[in-house]
Design a protein around this ligand. Structure first.
Ligand SMILES: C[S@@+](CC[C@H](N)C(=O)[O-])C[C@H]1O[C@@H](n2cnc3c(N)ncnc32)[C@H](O)[C@@H]1O
Length: 209
């Protein structure tokens, strides 16, 4: 869904920054009506990857691999993408065939996190937004010390800033859960968080361990 946080001129500026190698992702997304990361958020996560230089990237909700492409363009890290939609995983594998050290897992995020023994130092979370807090508690044990976690669409299209009566019914529960998550994570002494009003908002977490 188009950003409701940014004024149109800023949105257009960020979405029109030239990025090469993404045509097939965005064309597929439009043709098949598949959700993918925006260029603005893609550029930010790519920037964080080049700054932080992780060795083990995890993506929860990898879809057709658009966000993976932004991260992998800046890194030689191992990458694991998890999604419960097998068709999208197959597309991601095809679109990212030139990249090395990729692993795709067809699973629900919750089941994957409960079963993995790996540690990750950079995580992009882009699955169902109302599950973010539940995912955070499952994710913490698999984070390496001093890792970065980025949650996409964190402001739920701007609904978290609206009065309850103005929020469409289908987003009300999500808004309640995201607000609770914000309150809880602010009081977590193991993390530092920043919120960036890019696209539909992202939360960046620095986990100290
Ligand atoms: C916004 S799309 C991901 C877009 C992707 N990051 C990209 O840029 O191409 C969200 C994805 O999360 C997946 N998903 C949602 N909830 C999930 C869950 N609980 N477990 C696994 N995958 C989930 C959906 O199948 C969908 O492909």
């Amino acid at each position: 869904m188009k950003s409701q946080l940014l004024i149109p001129a800023v949105y257009d500026f960020l979405e029109n920054i030239d990025v090469e190698g993404f045509e097939q992702f965005y064309e597929y997304a439009v043709k098949r009506d598949v959700p993918v990361v925006s260029k603005a958020v893609g550029n930010i996560i790519g920037f964080f990857v080049s700054l932080f230089r992780p060795t083990n990237i995890l993506e929860l909700g990898c879809g057709i691999g658009t966000s993976a492409r932004y991260m992998l363009a800046k890194s030689k890290a191992n990458y694991t993408g998890v999604d419960n939609n097998l068709e999208r995983i197959e597309v991601a594998k095809r679109f990212l065939k030139d990249f090395k050290q990729l692993k795709f897992i067809h699973s629900r995020v919750e089941a994957f996190l409960s079963g993995t023994d790996e540690k990750y130092d950079f995580v992009f979370v882009d699955s169902i937004k109302k599950d973010y807090e539940k995912i955070w508690y499952l994710l913490k044990p698999v984070l390496a010390r001093r890792s970065i976690v980025i949650f996409d669409d964190f402001f739920l299209y701007g609904y978290i800033f609206q009065e309850e009566a103005e929020i469409p019914h289908k987003y009300r529960e999500g808004v309640r859960l995201i607000k609770r998550f914000i309150n809880n994570i602010k009081n977590d002494p193991t993390v530092e968080t920043v919120f960036l009003p890019i696209e539909n908002g992202i939360m960046v977490v620095h986990y100290e361990g």
